[in-house]
Design a protein. Structure first.
Length: 260
């Protein structure tokens, strides 16, 4: 996957939409072949659907979303900026990202709709709240820091990735699902997204547990300004998990730390 990502051009909106349509068509044909017990047809359409998905992942944009606060290494991650119907937004997939710096732990995120009507696919895309937040249980771990950035989306929304880094990486079971994922798995276990959120960012900024990327830097430079000047403080927007399916926008509250 790594070599494909560096040799194939990034997707345009039109190319991405075509791949999604082709993928849906092949999956429908695969299901039809399975229903009529057509083994050869099932394998054929399964392979075509996989090829389309592989091209989607290989050509998906990989913007810089943060900078490691320990070694200043830019963090580039796959991201679908075109709409919430893309495979990246499915809660049951794990994007095949390339390795990051040794301090990287996970990415969470928020999406502000900017007053527009968001549209999704045939699944519930867990886009997050509309304003940035932190997970205290994770941010309080030894040497852990979080870094906020900003990404414009082609559907008119603004995304806010929040990446977590640690000099001493914690045991994986102490972390949480990544952005848009419903569950978090590690060798020997799994959990839902249940850790409590905190939208009051200023205390974390003052403790130097939270940093932000300088606006206009492409998320490649950490700001050194006073915490009170952070542009992500007190933003307007919903402070709860939002899921988008088709034209439905569902507000599902915030995690309370209680297992399902």
């Amino acid at each position: 996957m790594g070599s494909d990502a560096t040799t194939l051009p990034p997707l345009t909106r039109e190319q991405r939409d075509l791949l999604l349509r082709r993928n849906a068509e092949e999956l429908a044909l695969l299901l039809a072949a399975a229903n009529r017990r057509d083994v050869a047809g099932l394998r054929h359409h399964r392979d075509l659907a996989r090829a389309v998905e592989q091209e989607y992942w290989a050509r998906l944009p990989r913007p810089i979303i943060a900078v490691c606060p320990f070694d200043q290494e830019p963090l580039a991650r796959m991201f679908d900026p075109f709409g919430f119907d893309g495979l990246w937004w499915r809660p049951d997939v794990l994007p095949p990202d390339e390795p990051a710096c040794p301090h990287f732990c996970l990415v969470r995120g928020a999406v502000n709709f900017q007053g527009s009507q968001p549209w999704g696919g045939d699944f519930k895309a867990r886009v997050g709240p509309e304003v940035p937040f932190v997970i205290p249980e994770i941010l309080q771990l030894p040497t852990m820091k979080a870094v906020m950035g900003q990404l414009g989306m082609q559907n008119g929304c603004v995304a806010y990735p929040i990446a977590y880094f640690a000099l001493v990486k914690p045991d994986p079971e102490r972390l949480a699902p990544g952005w848009a994922r419903a569950r978090y798995t590690w060798p020997g276990g799994w959990n839902y997204d249940i850790k409590v959120w905190d939208f009051d960012l200023l205390p974390w900024l003052r403790q130097d547990k939270l940093r932000w990327c300088l606006p206009g830097s492409g998320n490649s430079v950490l700001a050194k300004d006073a915490p009170e000047s952070c542009p992500y403080l007190n933003l307007a927007g919903e402070r709860q998990q939002i899921e988008v399916k088709g034209q439905l926008v569902m507000k599902t509250g915030v995690p309370d730390g209680v297992p399902y």
